[in-house]
Design a protein around this ligand. Structure first.
Ligand SMILES: C[S@@+](CC[C@H](N)C(=O)[O-])C[C@H]1O[C@@H](n2cnc3c(N)ncnc32)[C@H](O)[C@@H]1O
Length: 196
């Protein structure tokens, strides 16, 4: 199974290794983004495509008033996320769910939905963005942090959204507003924020 397939759905023994690697390498980036601008107390946060679950662990370690959900369609990532978040799951602060972004089985109104390094793999972007709008509270936020590969590169060919303009158009179509795009966070990456 190639890197694209493993990235889109980490599977088997290799998938487990990839999950652990992502927990190490990616989470440092997200923590850097969040540490000066944390969500307020009692926020309900959903991490879509949560992979190995380390970002959720960072949030539960940071603030025990957060209610946290992690969603991933890979059974291997769900097992790893549950392991990584065992204590907070026992305290009922964290729930890890196996499922697709096109049908998210969460009843709560979400304050913040995050999608890190995952949007590029979603097969139906329009349906996925509409599902996120459905789950968010009015005024709730959707935060995407993703690689932004250069035109024509291998990852650009894989990416389901290929430009900042396309992010904006699709988010607006789904019903989001106040959309901001930032390229300064890290070279070769894009940060997109949108409000319901
Ligand atoms: C490259 S990994 C990133 C994981 C984690 N967000 C991180 O940055 O470390 C992409 C994750 O998104 C998940 N994923 C991809 N498409 C998905 C979908 N349609 N629904 C739910 N999860 C999905 C994959 O299973 C994988 O765990």
């Amino acid at each position: 199974m190639g890197l694209n397939k493993q990235g889109s759905k980490p599977t088997g023994y290799t998938g487990k290794i990839i999950g652990r690697l992502m927990n190490k390498l990616h989470t440092t980036l997200y923590v850097k983004y969040f540490k000066n601008d944390l969500p307020p107390d009692n926020s309900i946060i959903l991490d879509i495509g949560c992979g190995g679950g380390k970002f959720i662990k960072f949030l539960s370690d940071t603030n025990d008033t957060y209610k946290l959900f992690g969603l991933d369609h890979s059974p291997e990532m769900v097992v790893l996320s549950k392991k990584v978040n065992r204590q907070a799951i026992l305290k009922k602060q964290v729930t890890i769910i196996q499922g697709s972004v096109t049908a998210i089985p969460v009843k709560n109104n979400i304050d913040l939905a995050t999608a890190f390094e995952t949007v590029q793999f979603w097969t139906d972007i329009d349906e996925s963005f509409s599902e996120i709008v459905r789950l968010l509270k009015r005024g709730g936020s959707f935060l995407i942090i993703n690689r932004y590969p250069s035109d024509g590169s291998k990852w650009w060919r894989i990416a389901k959204i290929k430009s900042d303009r396309e992010y904006i158009t699709k988010l607006e179509k789904a019903g989001f507003s106040e959309i901001t795009v930032d390229f300064d966070f890290k070279k070769g990456w894009i940060v997109v924020k949108a409000t319901k």
